[in-house]
Design a protein around this ligand. Sequence first.
Ligand SMILES: Nc1nc2c(ncn2[C@@H]2O[C@H](COP(=O)(O)OP(=O)(O)OP(=O)(O)O)[C@@H](O)[C@H]2O)c(=O)[nH]1
Ligand SMILES: [Mg+2]
Length: 301
Amino acid sequence: MENKEFKSGYIAIVGAPNAGKSTLLNQILGQKISITAPKPQTTRNRIAGILSRDDCQIIFVDTPGICKARDEFNRGLVETALSTLSESDVVLFMIEPNAERSENEFILENLRRISTPVILLINKVDTLGNKGLLLPLMQTWQKRFDFRSIIPISALKADGTEDILTEVVKLLPAGPRYYPEDYVTDQPERFFVAELIREKIFHLVSQEIPYSVAVVVEKFSEMPEKELIEIEAAINVERDSQKGIIIGKGGRTLKEIGKQARMEIETFLGCHIYLGLFVRVQKNWRKDPRALREFGYPINE
Ligand SMILES: Nc1nc2c(ncn2[C@@H]2O[C@H](COP(=O)(O)OP(=O)(O)OP(=O)(O)O)[C@@H](O)[C@H]2O)c(=O)[nH]1
Ligand SMILES: [Mg+2]
């Protein structure tokens, strides 16, 4: 019998904000571990999703969208994304078919500096009215960079995700199983609890407010006798005026955030929870190194 070597590796998913990176990670894993929203710059951390098969283990790494940073906080997010490039065995670079974004040229510049193989994913092809545009688009992109392959996909509809796996496995080096087979991610449960709350704020609170929000789980106690996990989380905002908006008239907005988050957290944890939410003003936390550290975000010193 042929003795096939076990393969493993780290696969970075990079692209401009809103390209659909987190949606793709969730589709590949068949489980929601990375939050998504129609607004750009939803993801703020490096989020690993582990796919274990008999012949290989693939660690997909979702990253914050790469863009021209407006402030120090954004610069930290972009740095987080760029730093995964050098630690990866394969890079998946995701673009949207409809818009040429200035960010993409900046991302290409960074990809030219590394020797890692890059696969281009043209996402959201379900939005393309005229499929005839796809071939010329692929030809244009092939001229811009020496991609190993170009795969049109729809992360939302799970179209093309099998093709991605086939291509990635071809490029995967021989390597060990880094994580036990039943691990889906390397982040603690608390992280996902905070992220799911943050996601509901992205969906329920308008304008720029979600960008001023950082969620921290302050209590996570398992109560086996009640078959319940008691969770308390702080929603940190930058200004007093934002606190009122998150709470809403008669507490309505906060209540809805709590209701929707609780349902998803229960699915994620597979048990009942009690969820207590409170809003706290942490003045200008995006510029405060101590607060950034506490909230788990990068600090540019
Ligand atoms: N129509 C369509 N929408 C998609 C597709 N993939 C993602 N989206 C939508 O695009 C929006 C952004 O998706 P995300 O997965 O949050 O994008 P992201 O690249 O992780 O964004 P950041 O974390 O902000 O950089 C969401 O509203 C998704 O539902 C797709 O294949 N087709
Ligand atoms: Mg994302």
